[in-house]
Design a protein around this ligand. Structure first.
Ligand code: ZN
Length: 129
């Protein structure tokens, strides 16, 4: 006589608690409404945190570019010097040609180790129909 496995395999785990969904039907993903709500509340919370982290990086980059360019049209600076100020080259709002933009300010690599900070070309900020 075969001995039964002590652990019952979970066939249809709840996305919140991981336990077997009682009275499972093919469209059920949660034990109940409470677990469904908890799951989606947590998901929204994580999304908000992630957006916050990225926005913080973008804002920091923008403030650094703003301080460097002041009221000039363009400023040449060592990439390393920007990084020392806390600039993170991975974070930008959009790319247009050689321009890596952070809202309405931009940088582009001009020669090894140097970047040119400029104003974002107006055309990249215009809404398209
Ligand atoms: Zn559950």
């Amino acid at each position: 006589m075969a001995t039964q496995s002590r652990k019952r395999k979970i066939e249809h785990p709840c996305r919140w608690c991981g336990k077997e969904i009682p009275e499972w039907r093919s469209n059920k993903k949660f034990c109940d409404e409470e677990h469904k709500n908890k799951f989606f509340n947590e998901l929204r919370k994580q999304e908000t945190l992630e957006l916050g982290r990225v926005n913080k990086k973008l804002k920091r980059n923008y403030e650094i570019l703003k301080k460097v360019i002041k009221d000039e049209v363009r400023v040449k600076i060592k990439a390393e010097a920007l990084e020392r100020k806390g600039f993170d080259f991975h974070f930008m709002t959009h790319i247009f040609g050689d321009y890596h933009n952070c809202y309405n300010l931009a940088w582009r690599t001009i020669e090894y180790g140097y970047v040119m900070i400029t104003r974002t070309p107006e055309s990249t900020l215009v809404e398209r129909d």
